[in-house]
Design a protein around this ligand. Structure first.
Ligand code: URA
Length: 245
């Protein structure tokens, strides 16, 4: 059970003060009845409506961002612009953070959430959640490259990578699937093959597929099906709301 103002503010759509104002002015119903007391407590699965629109009482927020180049995947940084700066004010106050990092010059799918337990589980090295990237390199693929990725390569610092998939889509571009997420991993893997990365974009994170309708810098909330698919990926079951490659 949670206070009504807290439930509304927890959606990230309103500040606590704005939620209290909505309640006070009679615009909020719970299971069909107007509730005027912000301190009244309700279960999360009650039916909350604001001006007739059904609002999810879920306490966590999950956003898909199409990260543009030039921003860092952090909540704050003394020198750089962060991905959080792309969000409106009320969404910067609900404790969102990027679940996993993309380099400053990497673009594409980034999950922002305040569900620490889910993010932690998805990023756990034990889970091996697939991440799919589109990569363009300097140089041309050689026949050996695919087999070396598949075997699991050893990087310059001695790190032994898990097996990864390299599917060339052109002489100097490919889809790469990783089952781990080490620092600069794709750049280091391609560099180890003598092919520095020119462009890198994440297309998939577990069951989440980048919504190509999102312009760089744009975001949208995950659908309930996408959140459920993430939970299943986290618990080790399979499930994909988008196409699987
Ligand atoms: N691998 C990289 O080298 N950089 C990223 O941002 C993601 C994967």
């Amino acid at each position: 059970m949670e206070r009504l103002d807290k439930i509304l503010a927890g959606t990230g759509r309103w500040s606590r003060r704005e939620a209290q104002e909505l309640i006070r002015s009679g615009r909020v119903t719970v299971d069909g009845a107007v509730c005027l007391r912000r301190e009244d407590k309700f279960p999360e699965d009650a039916c909350f409506q604001v001006d007739g629109e059904v609002i999810s009482g879920e306490k966590f927020t999950y956003l898909m961002l199409n990260k543009p180049a030039g921003l860092v995947s952090a909540t704050d940084d003394p020198r750089e612009r962060t991905v959080l700066e792309l969000l409106p004010g009320h969404l910067r106050r609900v404790g969102l953070f990027p679940a996993g990092r993309l380099d400053k010059d990497t673009v594409g799918l980034l999950l922002l959430t305040n569900d620490g337990a889910l993010a932690h589980a998805l990023l756990s090295p034990k889970k091996h959640v697939d991440k799919v990237y589109y990569v363009e390199v300097e140089g041309l693929w050689e026949t050996e490259d695919q087999a070396v990725f598949r075997r699991g390569m050893t990087l310059a610092d001695g790190y032994q990578c898990l097996p990864a998939d390299l599917e060339p889509t052109g002489p100097d571009r490919a889809l790469v699937t990783l089952r781990e997420g080490k620092y600069h991993q794709i750049k280091r893997m391609c560099a180890a093959r003598g092919k520095p990365v020119k462009f890198l974009k994440r297309l998939r994170f577990g069951p989440l597929v980048l919504d190509e309708g999102l312009e760089p810098g744009a975001w949208r909330p995950l659908t309930p099906e996408e959140v459920e698919a993430l939970r299943q990926a986290e618990s080790g079951e399979s499930g994909s709301p988008g196409e699987s490659r």
